[in-house]
Design a protein around this ligand. Structure first.
Ligand SMILES: *Cc1c(COP(=O)(O)O)cnc(C)c1O
Length: 403
């Protein structure tokens, strides 16, 4: 793989209105027209480069969208107020009453809840499948299926979707392959393996400072135009618009994403190897023990590693809670949901981010009570972090049960 996403971002050059090194922020909800005719043409979608109203597009949102499209290798992109504000309009644009979706069963809790509980109200149904089992996926496809949906690296179980293989199935059955790439920006470029639409929650690694929510849909010009269409575009009509001030700040954070991802991956690989050596059940795509280690390797771009997310299973919820509380007390990270922060974040997915998934289904997919999900931070001295974490594990009795 020769794709170099960070170069694509760096090669874009925007100046501010007065030669500023950052683009000027557009601080307006509406825009004047010199002629009434141009206003009419813009409504009809025939006046390129003209801004109409900020729910449709703004200069600041376009700058951020173009940078993210460059990173993902798509024609263009549309930013949104949150990751869910990118996911739900995409699915509602691609599907209507009576349509069907085949989705990975291990996905973000909010996406799962939308597909399971909300989309059926609009006549859109979903079959949830084990995304690593291609036979099961193909068997779930019906005449009404329109979308194959997955996360490149799944939340929270860190299963890897074989995007190249899924894309072959999608093409054969004329489906759109939609990939949520939130856990693996830069490391995996789904478009290069045949995905049709790539989505991110910008809230996580891309913004990286846990100060805002945001999202993006990267795709063809045709699809993004459909989302923004004033008559029937889901993004335009449902209104999950990012504010321009926020778009400008996310764009500045995107500038350091390549450095941060390298450090997140370096630290996570180190800890995963050490945790595994202690005998803990550790899941990290960079470990050779991970069932999809080779699939990840076949998909990954050079340099950015296997990402910042790992899980360990400490046997029970009580032990998980005791360990997380002690690690927080020792300032090793925060007991918090979300990911991609400079500080390590940890949570027990079964009782937090995946609590939307019923208990019996959690059990079926291997989401156990004692599971702790870590988003590993940018720690400068990961050896010291490990030693302090190991002390915490000893104190709460987690290592006794390790094999
Ligand atoms: C957080 C997250 C989302 C939702 O994004 P928000 O910005 O919280 O709306 C979607 N997918 C994945 C994989 C996530 O981690």
């Amino acid at each position: 793989m020769s794709f170099k996403p960070a170069n694509e971002i760096q090669d874009l050059q925007y100046f501010g209105e007065f030669g500023g090194v950052n683009p000027s922020i557009s601080d307006s909800s509406t825009y004047t027209f010199l002629s009434a005719k141009t206003m009419f043409d813009t409504f009809e979608g025939n006046a390129d480069g003209c801004y109409l109203y900020s729910r449709h597009s703004t200069p600041s949102n376009l700058y951020l969208g173009e940078a993210l499209a460059a990173m993902e290798g798509t024609e263009t992109a549309n930013v949104a107020a949150s990751g869910m504000g990118a996911i739900t309009p995409t699915l509602l644009q691609l599907c209507q009453n009576d349509d069907h979706i085949v989705s990975s069963r291990t996905i973000y809790g909010g996406t799962y809840a939308f597909l399971k509980n909300f989309a059926p109200r609009l006549g859109i149904t979903t079959s949830f499948v084990d995304i690593t089992n291609l036979g099961v996926i193909e068997a779930a496809i019906t005449a009404n299926t329109k979308v194959l949906y997955c996360e490149s690296v799944s939340n929270p179980l860190l299963e890897i979707a074989d995007i190249a293989a899924l894309s072959k199935i999608a093409k054969k059955h004329n489906l759109k392959l939609v990939v949520d790439n939130t856990f693996s920006p830069l490391s995996i470029s789904p478009i290069k393996h045949g995905a049709d639409v790539v989505i991110h929650s910008l809230t996580k690694f891309i913004n990286g400072s846990s100060d805002t929510v945001g999202g993006v849909v990267c795709g063809t010009q045709e699809f993004i135009n459909e989302l923004r269409n004033v008559n029937d575009g889901a993004s335009m009509l449902l209104g999950p618009t990012m504010d321009s001030l926020r778009a400008a700040s996310v764009l500045k954070n995107l500038r350091t994403l390549h450095i941060r991802m390298q450090q997140h991956s370096h630290n996570a690989l180190y800890l995963a190897q050490e945790f595994e050596a202690l005998g803990l059940r550790t899941v990290y795509p960079g470990l050779t023990s991970h069932p999809s280690h080779e699939v990840f390797k076949s998909l990954m771009n050079d340099k950015y590693g296997f990402g910042g997310m790992l899980t360990i299973d400490v046997g029970s919820l009580d032990k998980a809670n005791a360990l997380m509380e002690l690690m927080q007390e020792r300032n090793l990270g925060y007991l918090a949901v979300s990911l991609g922060f400079y500080k390590t974040l940890f949570s027990a997915p079964g009782t937090s981010t995946s609590s939307e998934i019923p208990e019996d289904e959690q059990a079926a997919m291997g989401l156990t009570d004692g599971l702790i999900r870590f988003s590993i931070g940018l720690d400068a001295d990961i050896e010291r972090t490990f030693e302090m974490m190991r002390d915490c594990m000893e104190e709460v009795g987690v290592l006794e049960m390790a094999v």
